[in-house]
Design a binder for this molecule. Structure first.
Ligand SMILES: [Mg+2]
Length: 364
């Protein structure tokens, strides 16, 4: 089998909040680049990438320039192709940034092709540890809400059947530590003691602040505290982790696989979180999962549940899938949630089809 061509699209996807209907700002959109990688066997692989922001046109061109290098190659030889992409672009635009975001779209499409060629769903091809995975609602309980709105959103998520959900601290304005703790406590009051509640700080605290507020929030029973300080401050994170009994999650901001080695060796986190676009695609995601397993650590995914459910289901240390609904409307159908778990597809590859109607609507 040979890769024969490709097609990309630039889309502006609405930043709706369908889980609890709490949009941050009406009409705001997120730029996304999509890829279809075509083969002489008639099999087409799908890829998606984003985080390009104001450089999203450059990201689209980067995907196209890398995709050109794949034409004529055997799509089942993924590491050979990734090596060719690295060699073909030198050090001019890597190892992080746009190069990796573009390479990840290609790697995802190659794995979709491999699954379709071997007639297996991706989660089975990668290890097939289980066919359902826990998932948590994300993006609905943001820091910008009032306490009342946060409680309203949390009860909507419960009504939808979620038994895991994520909120945020590092509230806007000048919150006192007591204000911060009150926010997670009012949500806990609504959801009860048994629902898993995660909390993201998005790198906004100093390590000493994280320790102070983390200790005060101990009785709320958070499932994890995420990105409590600068993501590459591995020593600062380790200091926070040592001081708190609440597990510390982090890793979504790291590029490639090597920083995960540093982060894990420094004992910075209890729960490595791997972003598929920043790490370099499915291939690199699975390598970090294996690295974490050797350190007796679980792994969790970051955004795109319709794709990341496959890698979490594949590996024995996959803990839960972030159900962030950013990209769901790009596809005709996405995995269903039953009893708080994502049901993995039985169709080959990613089991996803782009929705042509959405593409026409979102065209940039
Ligand atoms: Mg996060």
């Amino acid at each position: 089998m040979k890769i024969t061509g490709f097609e990309t699209a630039a889309l502006n996807v609405p930043e709706d909040e369908p889980l609890a209907n709490m949009p941050e700002e009406d009409g705001r959109t997120r730029p996304v680049v999509t890829l279809r990688l075509r083969t002489d066997a008639g099999i087409e692989g799908l890829g998606v990438t984003f985080y390009g922001g104001k450089m999203s046109r450059s990201l689209k061109v980067a995907v196209e320039e890398l995709a050109e290098l794949t034409v004529g190659e055997d799509p089942l030889r993924i590491e050979k192709i990734i090596g060719k992409l690295r060699d073909g672009t030198g050090d001019a635009c890597g190892p992080g940034g746009i190069f990796t975001l573009a390479m990840s779209a290609i790697d995802i499409a190659l794995w979709d092709i491999k699954g379709k060629a071997l007639e297996q769903p991706l989660w089975k091809l990668l290890g097939g540890h289980r066919d359902r995975v826990p998932t948590y609602a994300s993006g609905a309980l943001r820091r910008g809400l009032t306490d009342d709105q946060a409680q309203e959103a949390a009860s909507r998520l419960i009504a939808k059947g979620f038994n895991q959900m994520k909120t945020q601290m590092a509230l806007p304005g000048n919150p006192t530590p007591a204000d911060e703790v009150r926010r997670v406590q009012v949500i806990r009051d609504v959801i009860g003691p048994d629902v898993k509640l995660m909390c993201d700080i998005n790198q906004r605290w100093r390590p000493e602040q994280a320790i102070d507020i983390g200790v005060r929030a101990n009785d709320v029973g958070l499932f994890w505290l995420e990105d409590v300080t600068a993501a590459d401050d591995f020593q600062g994170l380790a200091r926070v982790r040592d001081a708190l009994s609440t597990p510390i999650a982090g890793g979504e901001y790291l590029w490639g696989i090597a920083p995960f080695r540093q982060m894990i060796e420094a004992r910075s986190v209890d729960v490595p979180m791997i972003d598929i676009l920043r790490v370099g695609g499915v291939s690199q995601w699975m390598k970090v999962a294996g690295m974490a397993e050797a350190f007796n650590l679980p792994v969790v995914s970051h955004v795109m549940p319709e794709i990341l459910c496959h890698v979490i289901a594949a590996c024995p240390n996959g803990l839960t899938v972030e159900y962030m609904p950013w990209m769901l409307t790009l596809f005709e159908e996405t995995p269903a949630i039953e009893n708080g778990e994502l049901v993995l597809p039985t169709t080959p590859g990613l089991g996803l089809k782009f929705d042509e109607k959405a593409f026409a609507l979102y065209k940039a």
